[in-house]
Design a protein around this ligand. Structure first.
Ligand code: PFF
Length: 469
């Protein structure tokens, strides 16, 4: 049995604190902003089905593995991997997994913060009553006006980055637990209010059927620039990537939160609860948004602006809409905030551990670098949005998103699965998971050894066209 370690950076006050923090990390823009827009772009129900399967057979086992590795190592992901590799008698190169995770977190936060800035901007627009009685066209032009103005986007991005780094500098535990404890349930209730509004639109059934009726043709065929339909595997890869993104997996965020987890807490049960809550929030967001999309004759595949073009219509027409709308965007900002914090935590803890600097110093430097890169995303919605600035038909923002969420997170997850399943001794897994050697452990061990790596590799090989069905 490994000696019992304490994290240098503190511990959660209990299992609940971990559940709250990890849920705070998981539930964020990914659920409310990204899930609806990529579902809309990828044809609806079949995409949702693939995403749900990925959560169940890939996401949950990897979450269990990440929390377990984190708790066993009790350090920043990089040092945790180095330590565990040494203990298990494996190659020290496993530490590069920690490196890749830090880089992924840094890249993701650079654009995450820009989108969170939109949510911040919308707090003030809704509070000012800008959306009262708004039409679909009106909501669309208010959104375009915002994103076409680099100065405003930069200002909001700056404010959000400062907010994030202030919390990170103070240490994640102070404040975070409280924020999540009250704000997450409130966000949930507001989503229910929005679903209630959607139920009263003429297109509730249409919205639900878009979301839950799988149409594989819509998933796997897309029109190219010339209007010809072509077979594509990219949406499946996107669904896989999103399962990682939404659960904050594959880059060490959940690993570092696991490192603050008290000894006794049950890792498997906790992970399942977090994954279920996260999925529920995403599905509710979809149920609120698609009926509004169809009732107003909008385009489901409108892209990254989807929720900012649809939800204001609901707020503009429901009783008390300005109040609910303001509250909603405040809560969305909070949800984004609690996720953003976890994106930089691996890098900041690593700097503290390996470079002898304090948290404040580490936060300032990581924050500055992230802020700087974020300017690329700011500009990719306006000054450099044109085709001449695109690569493979993707803007700077799209490329970053693709590189991180679709490539880096699933690959990170794959290596986490390989490490837990094939490099850790079975006894080490058993010792840390503390769930006994029963059916549940065996199921997890089977999934993490065979199913999860196989599924990720298969989706990737298909994507690069090596095997095709
Ligand atoms: N899970 C977050 C969301 O859904 O918004 C995003 C995220 C946070 C991804 C932390 C990755 C991560 F490590």
């Amino acid at each position: 049995m490994a000696e019992k370690r304490e994290s240098l950076h503190g511990q959660w006050s209990g299992r609940w604190a971990f559940v709250l923090a990890a849920t705070g990390s998981a539930v964020g823009l990914g659920n409310i902003w990204k899930f609806p827009y990529i579902t809309g772009e990828n044809g609806g129900g079949a995409f949702v089905l693939v995403y749900l399967i990925c959560i169940a057979i890939i996401g949950i086992p990897i979450m269990i593995a990440e929390v377990m590795l984190g708790r066993r190592g009790r350090r920043s992901p990089l040092n945790t991997m180095r330590q565990l590799a040494r203990e298990e008698g494996r190659s020290p190169h496993w530490q590069y997994l920690g490196w890749a995770g830090m880089v992924a977190g840094f890249l993701i936060l650079s654009y995450y913060s820009v989108i969170a800035g939109w949510a911040l901007a919308y707090i003030f627009r809704t509070a000012a009553g800008t959306f009262t009685g708004v039409t679909a066209d009106g909501a669309g032009s208010i959104f375009s006006e915002l994103v076409s103005d680099p100065e405003r986007l930069l200002a909001w991005h700056t404010i959000f980055m400062v907010m994030t780094m202030v919390v990170v500098a103070r240490g994640v535990r102070s404040g975070l637990e409280q924020a999540v404890r009250y704000l997450m349930p409130a966000l949930f209730v507001l989503l229910l209010v929005l679903v209630g509004y959607a139920m009263n639109t003429v297109a509730f059934d249409e919205g639900l059927s878009f979301l839950f009726n799988p149409d594989f043709h819509a998933l796997l065929y897309k029109e190219d620039a010339t209007g010809v339909e072509r077979w594509t595997w990219e949406p499946v890869l996107t669904a896989l990537g999103h399962a990682f993104f939404t659960l904050s997996l594959g880059m060490g965020a959940i690993m570092i939160y696991g490192s603050y987890l008290p000894e006794r807490a049950s890792i498997a049960k906790t992970s399942v609860v977090i994954a279920l809550m996260d999925t529920l929030v995403a599905l509710l967001a979809g149920m609120a948004i698609f009926p509004i999309v169809f009732a107003n004759g909008l385009e489901a595949g409108a892209g990254a602006g989807l929720i900012f073009q649809t939800l204001p219509i609901a707020f503009g027409h429901m009783p008390g809409g300005a109040f609910f709308g303001t509250l909603f965007f405040i809560l969305l900002t909070f949800a984004a905030w609690t996720s953003a914090i976890s994106l930089v935590e691996p890098a900041v803890t690593w700097m503290v551990e390996n470079h002898g600097v304090n948290r404040i110093y580490a936060s300032v430097w990581v924050g500055l670098a992230t802020w700087l890169l974020g300017i690329g995303t700011v500009l990719s919605f306006n000054l450099i949005s044109g085709e001449e600035y695109q690569l493979f038909g993707k803007t700077f923002f799209d490329l970053l998103d693709f590189l991180t969420a679709t490539i880096m997170l699933p690959l990170g997850g794959l290596f986490i699965a390989l490490f837990a399943g094939w490099q850790m001794r079975r006894e080490s897994n058993l010792d840390e998971l503390k769930m006994g050697d029963g059916v549940m452990f065996q199921l997890w061990f089977f999934l993490i050894r065979y199913v999860t790596p196989f599924a990720v590799v298969l989706v990737f090989l298909n994507a690069i066209g090596i095997i095709t069905f």
